[in-house]
Design a binder for this molecule. Sequence first.
Ligand SMILES: [Zn+2]
Length: 333
Amino acid sequence: MVNYKDLGLVNTREMFKRAVAGGYAIPAFNFNTMEQMQAIVMAAVETKSPVIMQVSKGARNYANATILRYMAEGAVAYAKELGCKHPEIVLHLDHGDSFELCKDCIDMGFSSVMFDGSSLPYEENIKISRQVVEYAHKYDVTVECELGVLAGVEDEVASAESHYTKPEEVIDFATRTGCDSLAISIGTSHGAHKFTPEQCTLVNGVLVPPPLAFDILHEIEKKLPGFPIVLHGSSSVPMEEVETINKFGGHLEAAIGIPEEQLREASKSAVCKINIDSDSRLAMTAAIRKHLAEHPGDFDPRQYLKPARENMKKMYIHKIVNVLGSDGKLAQI
Ligand SMILES: [Zn+2]
């Protein structure tokens, strides 16, 4: 059993409180590789932002749970080495699908876990969420739960259609589970293909997806004033990255994300954690494809992973500064 505090990590409680009061959101970036981890830490240090590094069940299968945990411990040391005296780094489990998985992560040093019971019947979701919260709070680990189903595919999490969160359920759910934050469904979606072209409107030759359901978000805020709300599936799928991928041999069709203005607007509300995964994948793949196409003789992974890391770092900094507004928001600078 390792406690996250011994690893220099923090839970989400204080940073969420400040984010809700300050009208900004904390970035939650998924990572599976060393280059992603380095890019996240460099971006957070340069912008003086708190950051949530999250690991999905798929990431644990890909990279190995123990290695990821040590990488997070390394991330804290790396942030300090880069000159950040008091880094605020959360190691978070994304989409935990059972009590056992959440417990395993807590025992391994995670400072925050998500239990996603959104596909379960309501009472069952409450029951397991409550069980996770009871265990997590013994170790001061914070818990995110989910109400409402997001469409899209994210590692093993997949759903054909979304079901918006019902505002009338949130008080009962938050009270009975005791969760620290709530992921809601208001029109965001997992993956790089969030909407079909048919769901979008064509404005000046660009496909614009349907707007997020801000009315539902505001209703939820009224029912749970100041309660931390989380948005999943919030990549914007930048067109320039998709174009680079396609220009250099890729084949991504109709990749559509959430417009950044909408995320900026959501950040100003009780939304205090915004999950971004696909944009990092796109930034990495675009840089690697471009490099290999332009340098066909290169075969040292460092030659193409270095520009990939740079491109991800640039994207993370852009999100922190221009979309979420969490730059300069460390408790102690
Ligand atoms: Zn998600």
